[in-house]
Write a new protein. Sequence first.
Length: 67
Amino acid sequence: MSIPGTLGEIAGAAAAVEALEKADPNASLLTKGMAAVAGFKGAGALEALIERRTQDGAGDSEQAEQA
């Protein structure tokens, strides 16, 4: 895992907690923790999807050049 990837996951966790606090200012610590984990995992999954799509796109352009 790269440093920018980790920073993206941390930003996802922080954004999820901020969104929760806007929606429910009286949210419990457990709920905030669950939101942080969900944001962290979601950002990681999004990064993996983008990386996979980027690699697939590179493979598609190589195949087009060979044809």
